[in-house]
Write a protein that binds this ligand. Structure first.
Ligand SMILES: Cc1ncc(COP(=O)(O)O)c(C=O)c1O
Length: 443
């Protein structure tokens, strides 16, 4: 008698999952969803894992009825806090297929076709930055890992005497991941005070320069304020000091896709590495970060894993695990590639231009609104402003009411020590009239 299969396929559950996936891609998330307390979640999911299983349909209902409503709908066009997301329908649909394809893309042997296509997407980004066709790298899970991998390569490329202390120089507006990376690398941060717009100038960086700095990190779209540092001046400084220039463009470098906005990154063509997260403003799903080295050999010298069971692999082939701190990986750059191939690069150019236009329209209308005070921006697509008559807990309550009703996700941040409101537009479907209607209630 045939033994029962431990994991039989359940066609009805499969249909339910595929139908839900289709519906979600077509109709998007419910903007009213959001975090629940652990007690609520435990009540809903506490007995989910049982010795006998509860079958696929019921398991999937836990997902649709309890898990999904307690997650933030970042890709809804009313989601304007943090750096949200706006994956294209093609990238989302393809991502579901990619999951089913179960490609091992850690090395060429496992995923050559996928890696070749991912590399085309990396080459597109490198060419937008004005880099040679020899540039390359790998997709990693996010900007934090991209920054760590790049900065490890930067230190490995150091050819002078080992300093007493390793140091990374960056702006006071650098993303928190740079401080996290410095901690992991046991390096010290040399923080350079940004100017009134949040930019680090090359002069300020030069004044702050000390022994042991092995890399300068330039912002290409600081998260809090959208600032782009003086990349041209920083490239000259890095050259003078014979050190590495890494550009953190996790959010902002998406704007390379549009000739108008590309200009603000002048100097990037002289950097040694950059990152950009397609899951932020390049219309791809979670999670992916494009990590690109001008000279990929420097990346490979720093990374890669050796082990007897890996000896059968072709180490002369392009193995993404040679360029970052990773081995097993999904081909997480492929949804970007698929979407680029589907829509063409002009659609990306238009989508970036449209989000920039939306940010500029919002800034203009905020400036004109009597209950609001424009403070900064737009820088790329970040706008900082204040409500003239509301702050503290009253403002926090307003933000929570808007979020819970699904009207708008707009949250406070700090700017020059003061509590302010922040918008960051990455979704070309953001509706300016709707956003302004909500912001006018800040009274
Ligand atoms: C400028 C910048 N760098 C790095 C990161 C970290 O990226 P991730 O969240 O993908 O790790 C972010 C995230 O918001 C960012 O905005």
């Amino acid at each position: 008698m045939a033994q029962p299969q431990p994991f039989p396929a359940d066609e009805s559950a499969l249909d339910a999952i595929l139908n839900w996936t289709r519906d979600r891609i077509v109709n998007g998330p419910d903007p009213r969803n959001g975090a629940q307390s652990q007690a609520v979640l435990e009540a809903a999911l506490g007995n989910a894992i049982t010795p006998g299983g509860i079958n696929g349909m019921r398991a999937f209902e836990l997902f649709t009825n309890s898990i999904i409503p307690s997650t933030r709908p970042f890709n809804h066009p009313t989601s304007l806090a943090f750096v949200a997301a706006a994956p294209t329908p093609a990238s989302l649909a393809f991502d579901a297929a990619l999951g089913a394809a179960e490609i091992f893309a850690g090395n060429w042997d496992g995923g050559s076709g996928a890696i070749h296509a991912e590399n085309q997407a990396l080459s597109w980004l490198a060419s937008l930055a004005g880099w040679p066709s020899s540039a390359g790298g790998a997709f990693v899970s996010g900007g934090t890992l991209g920054n760590l991998s790049a900065l490890h390569a930067a230190r490995a490329a150091w050819t002078k005497d080992r300093p007493d202390r390793w140091r990374i120089l960056c702006s006071s507006e650098a993303h928190s991941s740079i401080a996290a990376v410095a901690r992991v690398m046991d390096a010290e941060l040399v923080l350079v005070e940004a100017d009134a717009y949040g930019r680090m100038s090359a002069d300020a960086a030069r004044c702050a320069m000390v022994d042991g700095v092995f890399a300068i990190v330039g912002n290409a779209g600081a998260t809090n304020c959208g600032a782009v540092d003086d990349l041209e001046g920083l490239a000259t400084l890095a050259q003078e000091q014979d050190i590495w220039l890494h550009v953190d463009g996790a959010y902002g470098l998406a704007a390379l896709a549009c000739p108008e906005t590309r200009k603000v990154f002048k100097g990037i063509e002289r950097a040694d590495s950059f990152i950009v997260d397609p899951h932020k403003w390049l219309f791809a799903p979670y999670d992916s970060c494009a990590l690109v080295y001008r000279d990929p050999i420097k990346g490979a010298r720093a990374h890669g894993q050796q082990g007897v069971y890996l000896d059968t692999l072709d180490h002369t082939a392009w193995n993404p695990s040679d360029y970052a701190l990773q081995l097993t990986r999904r081909a997480r750059g492929l949804p970007l590639w698929f979407s680029l191939v589907t829509y063409g690069t002009q659609a990306y150019e238009q989508a970036i231009a449209k989000t920039v236009q939306i940010a500029s329209d919002l800034a203009r209308e905020i400036d004109a609104a009597p209950n609001l005070e424009l403070l900064l921006g737009p820088q790329l697509t970040v706008v900082l402003f204040k409500a003239a008559n509301m702050k503290g807990s009253e403002l926090a309550d307003w933000c929570e009411v808007q979020r819970r009703s699904g009207a708008l996700l707009c949250l406070p941040t700090k700017w020059h020590g003061e509590e302010v409101l922040r918008l960051c537009i990455v979704n070309p479907e953001t509706n300016t009239d709707h956003v302004m209607k909500v912001l006018r209630t800040l009274n």
